[in-house]
Design a protein around this ligand. Structure first.
Ligand code: NAD
Length: 366
């Protein structure tokens, strides 16, 4: 199935897609800007060895739209964007590459603000910050909130608890089984939280060192076949690696009661949310429960600047937001991913209306 960029952009009403290239540093990247109604398009910078240009573009677009909804639903005044770099983060990261991308981002004058994502770390954010102020995820010493994955993991845990409460009538993880796919920044923070809460965890990662570290530190099982983690007979399937793991090929194979994880864009497309509902599997919408890092990160934009206590309190509210989305989905008999989208869209529409009123009363017109 060929991917048509413009048709896809039109379908979901994207604003921009920018191509960034610099042969001397080996930079090949795309920046997608989805919607700037609530504020500048913001979203992490991902580095991944994409097999093709189309695959990278599709990922950038899909992720950018996810960010629009994530910020809207989390009550943050930012729009959705994303940058993706084609390259292997283990071997191709250089200061020059990230500084070059930083300069391209700077050219956009604040229309896009970048941050950390899969394949990038705070170190690369420092390089970009040397070239542009439009970097949100930064170390504390650089004025940022520091590492955010612990906040993301906490939000996922809160969302998972809300799902357990909904399905089993109790939010206790004790004795429940969780298939934790991916032991990266988020997965490695979530794992001790799950163990501490008494869950039985089955882990998997393509990086055997991470798996070895997990088995050395915790009493966990290892998934026998990574490509079939989605099909494990567990209470919770927790995707914390890449998106799209719930697709035409996998959706019928899921054997869990709940899907709750940090990965962005877990559903390949909306139809898979509907299919999960038909199959009686509760899906905790990705961008609702993985917003913890975002909420933590952007706390410094609130009155008084960064306040970690307030930030974590807001992260814990993810549980209540998730529950209200389950309720809407049940009341309106719609899949949970659609209930989440409506929740976010309502906020975008109401803020757009408020902004329109504001514009109507600019000083020149009074
Ligand atoms: P990461 O790169 O640190 O970790 C991803 C992990 O997944 C790596 O260890 C990688 O080896 C593993 N992996 C890749 N393919 C796999 C596969 N097929 N099977 C099993 N493991 C595989 O990234 P992260 O920051 O932990 O993010 C994980 C997911 O959560 C991503 O989708 C990301 O967009 C999303 N997310 C992260 C944050 C955050 O705070 N870091 C916030 C919101 C959403």
């Amino acid at each position: 199935m060929a991917f048509s960029t413009l048709a896809y952009m039109e379908r979901y009403d994207y604003e921009n897609l920018l191509v960034c290239q610099d042969r001397s540093v080996g930079l090949k990247a795309f920046i997608a800007i989805h919607d700037t109604t609530l504020g500048p398009a913001t979203g992490g910078c991902r580095m991944w060895p994409y097999a093709s240009e189309d695959e990278a573009i599709e990922d950038a677009l899909r992720l950018a739209r996810g960010m629009t909804y994530k910020y809207a639903a989390a009550g943050v005044n930012l729009g959705g964007g994303k940058a993706v770099i084609i390259g292997d983060p283990r071997t191709q990261k250089t200061e020059a590459l990230f500084r070059t991308l930083g300069r391209f981002i700077n050219r956009l004058g604040g229309a896009y603000i970048t941050g950390e994502d899969v394949g990038t770390t705070l170190r690369e954010m420092e390089y970009m910050r040397m070239e542009t102020p439009y970097v949100v995820t930064l170390p504390r010493a650089w004025g940022g909130a520091g590492p955010i994955s612990a906040a993301t993991a906490l939000g996922v845990l809160e969302g998972m608890r809300a799902a357990l409460q909904w399905v089993f009538g109790n939010d206790d993880l004790e004795g429940h089984s969780v298939a934790l796919q991916g032991l990266g920044a988020v997965g490695s923070e979530l794992l001790p939280m799950l163990i501490e809460a008494g869950a039985r965890v089955i882990v998997g990662d393509i990086d055997q060192e991470k798996v070895a570290r997990a088995t050395a530190s915790f009493d966990v099982e290892v998934a026998p076949d990574l490509s079939r983690m989605h099909a494990l007979d567990v209470d919770v399937y927790c995707p914390c690696a890449l998106g799209g793991t719930i697709n035409d090929d996998t959706v019928e194979e899921l054997a869990c009661r709940i899907v709750a994880g940090s990965a962005n864009n877990q559903l390949y497309d909306e139809s898979h949310g509907a299919r999960l509902k038909e199959r009686g599997i509760l899906y905790a919408p990705d961008y609702i429960i993985n917003a913890g890092g975002t909420i933590f990160d952007t706390d410094r934009l609130l009155p008084g600047g960064m306040n970690p206590e307030r930030a974590m309190e807001n992260v814990r509210r993810i549980g209540a937001t998730t529950e209200s989305i389950f309720r809407t989905a049940e009341d309106e008999n719609i899949p949970t991913n659609i209930a989440a989208d409506r929740f976010a869209e309502r906020r975008i529409t109401s803020v757009a209306r408020a902004k329109a009123v504001d514009r109507a009363f600019t000083p020149e017109m009074r």
